[in-house]
Write a protein that binds this ligand. Structure first.
Ligand code: FES
Length: 278
């Protein structure tokens, strides 16, 4: 029998914010009925602040509790603050979850991430209508429909080191087992990358960050007369001056800052944070 915190039991017995929002500004989902758990989340966003959140879930008590507390965590926060929430934050807010149930917190994180991908300042975008490559992700576990990105994020956010831990957090590998060697490869790649980053000198790190800024971000911003200037770097926190508006931002879900942050995160790791200096 698993040990649940009082908070988990409370949110399971009295889930908050259950339902839908008809005129939602962002909608995201994760899991599937075939896999036994599914979550759909609806957000109402005004002036860049989440003013309301509702959810519908099909799953166990931990899935209900994770979804319920997630809605409480995001109401009142800015979109940028919400983007920073991880599955670990959800589990911590619940006072912890049994290892075998951590996948419920990951499902909450995935649904939230999915919703934010669909969010645009001018209104909700149906991702199915976007034919961009961005929405295509490599499927690793076909039994549970778990993508490489989900596994990578779970390893990163929770320090997972074994295939069994990845299964607990994402369900991947928990059925036929065919994907287990692919999961091990992702674990190996992640820790090799981390090792090579650790051995990098400060100068090498600055050059690497600057290279991404100059070759990937600056050219985009310059298309509309904008630009980005590197001001300072403190480990994974990068201080920049931003101006203008990038053409990529007009058709995406992002602000100028989050556009630049995403490119840096994709190139250098998801723990990169940008601070805008005026
Ligand atoms: S493909 Fe992952 S468990 Fe079957």
């Amino acid at each position: 029998m698993w040990d649940y915190s009082e908070k988990v039991m409370d949110h399971y017995r009295n889930p908050r914010n259950v339902g839908t929002i008809d005129d939602a500004d962002a909608i995201g989902s994760a899991g599937s009925l075939a896999c036994g758990d599914q979550l759909k989340i609806y957000l109402k966003i005004k002036d860049n602040i989440v003013t309301d959140a509702k959810f519908q879930t099909f799953g166990c008590g931990s899935a209900v509790a994770s979804s319920s507390i997630l809605t409480e965590m995001i109401i009142g926060k800015t979109v940028d603050e919400v983007r920073k929430i991880t599955n670990k934050d959800i589990a911590d807010e619940l006072g912890g979850l049994p290892p075998e149930k951590m996948h419920c917190s990951v499902m909450g994180y995935e649904a939230l991430e999915d919703a934010l991908k669909s969010y645009h300042a001018d209104g909700y975008i149906d991702l199915e209508e976007l034919k961009g490559e961005e929405t295509k992700e490599k499927m690793i576990c076909t039994c549970f429909q778990v993508t490489e990105n989900v596994i990578w994020d779970a390893i990163k956010q929770n320090g997972l080191k074994t295939v069994e831990e990845v299964t607990n957090y994402t369900k991947a590998g928990g059925a036929c087992g065919k994907c287990r060697s692919a999961i091990q490869d992702i674990i190996n790649t992640y820790y090799n990358k981390e090792k090579s980053e650790e051995s990098m000198t400060t100068t090498q790190w600055i050059l690497k960050v600057n290279n991404v800024i100059e070759t990937q971000i600056s050219p985009e911003l310059q298309k509309d007369g904008g630009d980005i200037e590197l001001v300072d770097i403190k480990n994974k926190t990068i201080y920049v001056k931003l101006k203008g508006r990038c053409s990529g931002c007009k058709n995406s879900t992002m602000t100028l800052k989050s556009f630049a942050e995403k490119i840096l995160q994709d190139s250098l790791g998801s723990d990169i944070t940008i601070i805008e200096v005026k």
